[in-house]
Design a binder for this molecule. Structure first.
Ligand code: ADE
Ligand code: ZN
Length: 271
C-alpha cells in the first residue's frame, strides 16, 4: 500500500487498542509521531529506500509462484526464501523482537514501526503475489495516466476513493471504516479476519493472512490482465472499492488485536 492506506490501517488500529497497549506504544514510538501508529505506518517505505534500510525491501511482500487467475496459493517453503526473507518471516521476526526487552528501546521501536507497516502490506493482494513481480510489470492506464497494476492498488485506487467519497480526508475514511467494522457491514464478517491472533504462532498466522490476500488475486485483481487497454478508473475501480475497503479495515483490526495480544498476552480489542 501507499501512504494513505498505511496511515488509515494505523488509525483504525489505534481506535481498537487497549489502554495498556496505547501506553506501551507511547513509550516506544519516536516523539515526532505523537503516539500515533497511523503517522508512523508509512515509515518502512521511506526506510527501505535508504542505504541502511535496503535489506528490508523484500520484507514488504511474498512473491508466490502462482499463475493467476488460474492458480493461486501460498507455499511458505517455496515462496519465502530464507536467503532474503519475506513479509511472513518479517512479521514473525519483528513480533518476537517487539516483545524482547533485552534488545533495548531503539530495536523495539523499529520492530513496532515494521509491524505496523507489514500488517498493512500483507492485506494488499498484490503484496501476496509473485506474478509479474506482484503486478509491478503489468502496464495499465488509470484516469489517463500510465501506471503499473501494482501501483494503482497501492496508490491510485485508494487516492481516487478518498477524493471521490471522503473529501480527500483520511480522517473521514478512517471514521467510516471504524463505523462499518463496528456494524460488521464490510464485504466479509469481521470475525473471520482475526481467527489467528497468536503472536507465538506468527508464521502460521501471517501465512493465513497472505493466503487470504492472495485469493483476491485470482478472484478479481488479475482480471485486469484480460484487457489491458481499458482505463481502470471506471468499472474496474468501482468493483475494487469493496475489496480495498475490506482489506484496509482488516489490516487495522488485525493490527490492533495483534499489538494488544503482544502487550497484554490476551486476545482483546477495545469496545
Ligand atoms: N517486488 C517484487 N515483488 C513484489 C511484490 N509482490 N510486491 C511489492 N514489491 C515487489
Ligand atoms: Zn510497504
Amino acid at each position: 500500500w501507499g501512504s494513505e492506506a498505511h496511515t488509515t490501517v494505523g488509525l483504525i488500529a489505534q481506535s481498537f487498542l487497549l489502554p495498556r497497549t496505547q501506553t506501551f506504544i507511547l513509550s516506544l514510538l519516536d516523539s515526532r509521531y505523537d503516539g500515533s501508529i497511523g503517522a508512523a505506518a508509512p515509515w518502512a517505505d521511506e526506510y527501505r529506500n535508504t542505504a541502511e534500510g535496503r535489506y528490508s525491501g523484500a520484507y514488504h511482500y511474498i512473491d508466490t509462484l502462482d499463475d493467476p487467475p488460474n492458480t493461486c496459493g501460498v507455499d511458505l517453503d517455496r515462496d519465502c526464501p530464507s536467503s532474503h526473507g519475506c513479509i511472513v518471516s518479517a512479521i514473525a521476526n519483528y513480533t518476537q523482537r517487539l516483545g524482547d526487552e533485552s534488545l533495548g528501546k531503539d530495536e523495539q521501536n523499529k520492530a513496532l514501526k515494521f509491524l505496523v507497516h507489514f500488517l498493512g502490506d500483507i492485506t494488499q493482494p498484490l503484496h501476496a503475489s509473485g506474478h509479474a513481480r506482484g503486478g509491478n510489470e503489468v502496464k495499465v492506464t488509470f484516469a489517463g495516466k500510465h501506471r503499473s497494476l501494482h501501483g494503482i492498488w497501492d496508490d491510485d485506487i485508494p487516492q481516487y476513493l478518498l477524493r471521490s467519497k471522503y473529501s480527500d480526508s483520511i480522517t473521514f475514511w478512517t471514521q467510516s471504516l471504524v463505523d462499518r467494522i463496528k456494524a460488521n457491514t464490510l464485504l466479509t464478517p469481521k470475525e473471520e479476519w482475526t481467527t489467528c491472533v497468536d503472536p507465538d504462532q506468527a508464521v502460521r498466522c501471517a501465512t493465513e493472512w497472505a493466503t487470504d490476500s492472495n485469493k483476491y488475486d485470482c478472484s478479481y485483481v488479475y482480471s485486469a490482465l484480460n484487457d489491458t487497454s481499458t482505463d481502470l478508473s471506471g468499472e474496474y475501480f468501482r468493483n475494487s472499492v469493496d475489496i480495498v475497503e475490506l482489506q484496509v479495515a482488516k489490516g487495522g483490526l488485525r493490527l490492533a488485536a495483534w499489538l494488544n495480544s503482544v502487550v497484554t498476552g490476551e486476545h482483546g480489542l477495545s469496545e
